[in-house]
Design a protein around this ligand. Sequence first.
Ligand SMILES: Nc1ncnc2c1ncn2[C@@H]1O[C@H](COP(=O)(O)OP(=O)(O)O)[C@@H](O)[C@H]1O
Ligand SMILES: [Mg+2]
Length: 388
Amino acid sequence: MVNNVSSIVLSDNLQTANIINMFIKDTALFDCKGVVSDFSSCFDIVNSSPKTVLIVDMDTAAEQKIDFITKVSSEVSDCKILIVSENPSVELMVKLMRAGAREFVSYPLIRSEFEQIMKKMYDSFAGSFKEESKCRVISVFSNKGGIGKTSIATNLALEIAKTTRENVALVDLNFQLGDVTTFLDMKPSFNISYMLDNLDKINGDFLLSTMEKYKETSLYVLADPPFFRMADDVSPKQISKLIDILGRTFAYIIIDAASAFDDKTLTALEKSNIILLTAVANLPAMRNCQRCLELFEKLGYHKDKVQILINRYMENDEVTSADVEKVLGRKIYWRIPNNYFTMMSAINKGIPVVELNPSSNIAKSYRDFALYLTDNIFRADFERKMNT
Ligand SMILES: Nc1ncnc2c1ncn2[C@@H]1O[C@H](COP(=O)(O)OP(=O)(O)O)[C@@H](O)[C@H]1O
Ligand SMILES: [Mg+2]
């Protein structure tokens, strides 16, 4: 046992739990801590083992178990959670993933399948597990400046880091006018320029130890260069490789994209899983948005990849949400309320809106937006898993 990974099964059903435990023992990979049915002994075991796979049988006391998983994933760092359940609903799975569970198997347990998943979890501790990247790339885009891209990318990235507790990279792709660092009042010693020049030497450990972390969160910032870098020096290929490298280490990459359809921005958009096409509710912005949608369609982007985000939303906007949806032929994905005072004051102080005023409508909107977005991702993941 090179890795020294423990396993513990939490279940009220001794019979099932013993079978699970036997399967685990047979893998000969884990320091098997057995079976428990009460939360406090389970927590003590998980908390005192350096690396643990916690297997939770969800067929009883679902709500308490969700709370327990939330507690474990927020208080214990090296614990990975596997859910075992019979016919879970999508809603339950989304809640579990939000709580911090990442893997799932359903009853009846098939030994080979179960062993495979346990092996995968074991390998993931050593970092030797090579699976296709699970990273989500989310670009905040508008072909106009001043719409709120940087505000959105920054506050959304922070909220995603907080809700998922996963490592999130916030990347400023505005080579000459980046302001992510101003919005977060950071002066990173390491910036995108260095990365682009050293793409072949960079690995995950290096990224996590060198990229600047925002306070005590799991948000890492890759800033624009502090000097004027000629954007022409940077090739689309480099951007593509940069995203691939970050994708091996981060669960989410949030890109504050430049407001232009140049080849670097297009590469970033191409590599994104979701493009948040940002607009305000007025006619010129709608026209712009329409043009962007047309271009994305020509580029062959899937409809679900591009989502409409309305910033500075007001109930009494002359152009209503219904108008927007009609003109664009799309549902609005999310609306962020207009709150110039809070936003401006947060920017001036160099702090996210949630820190300036957590009870403001805009802070709440960002929190809910991060949950909505990640829940949609979890739901799509789970549905894909169920269909394969
Ligand atoms: N939800 C909002 N309500 C009111 N003002 C906002 C909101 N979001 C952004 N702003 C303001 O819009 C301006 C431009 O924001 P910024 O994020 O820099 O846009 P971009 O990156 O698209 O140029 C800033 O002055 C900011 O305070
Ligand atoms: Mg900006």
